[in-house]
Design a protein around this ligand. Structure first.
Ligand code: DX5
Ligand code: ZN
Length: 219
């Protein structure tokens, strides 16, 4: 079985001492940094934008996995590439011409990710799955950290895994929202490759140890 990826979401980090939390992730067993960009239009919350991503990129020593919860993501693809982002995920629901957006992300030298809201069916990816590097299944409604995991996610992961197998693609499955050591193994057993976790890691007493705990749960 291929290696599973843990991606701590900096949305739950201490923004007053971000460098400290970045160094913690650098030195931990985590694999990626997950960066949640919210515009207050696509989702009812505003997180952080380019200057903060630039500051994170300066210190982060692992893959930067940016999750755009914004309208008109096409306008910023090149900017995120220039900032050093490795994976750029856009929302299915925010893209009028998803195929074009995916190609533009790849042309800019990044891996292309597509996120699906809890109400968006996996079948809608049938015609694009072969072009997508990462599908991010939202296991909460996007916009806030610390929400409860939606149980229907397991079935969606299984449906997506079947589609990936049927189309013989190498697409990775990412789960975002409410991930803890309680649901991590079941998610990986269903087919998940990447687990994003914010609150569970950063609000714990010992974040590096919590990352190890998550890794142990799924390996
Ligand atoms: C939600 C974000 C998530 C969030 C996860 O809109 O996309 O990445 O930070 O946070 P937790 O793990 O606290 O649900
Ligand atoms: Zn996210």
């Amino acid at each position: 079985m291929s290696k599973k990826i843990i991606a701590p979401s900096l949305l739950a980090a201490n923004f007053a001492n971000l460098q400290h939390d970045i160094e913690m992730v650098n030195q931990s067993e985590a694999d990626w940094f997950h960066l949640d960009i919210m515009d207050g239009v696509y989702v009812p919350n505003i997180s952080f934008g380019m200057p903060v991503v630039k500051a994170i990129a300066k210190y982060a020593k692992k893959i930067l996995d940016a999750h755009l919860m914004i309208v008109e993501p096409d306008r910023y693809i090149q900017t995120f590439a220039d900032l050093g982002v490795n994976n750029l995920t856009v929302h299915y629901e925010a893209c009028t011409h998803l195929h074009r957006t995916i190609q533009a992300i790849k042309d800019a030298g990044m891996k292309a990710g597509v996120a699906l809201n809890p109400h968006t069916n996996i079948d809608l990816l049938e015609d694009t799955i072969s072009d997508i590097d990462i599908v991010c299944i939202m296991s909460v409604n996007p916009g806030f950290g610390g929400q409860s995991f939606i149980e229907n996610t397991y079935d969606k992961v299984k449906d997506l895994k079947s589609l990936i197998k049927a189309k013989k693609t190498k697409t990775l499955i990412e789960i975002d929202g409410g991930v803890t050591s309680k649901n991590a193994k079941k998610l990986v057993d269903a087919g998940a490759d990447i687990l994003v976790a914010g609150s569970f890691i950063f609000k714990s007493e010992n974040p590096p140890q919590t990352i190890i705990e998550l890794k142990n749960t799924i390996s």
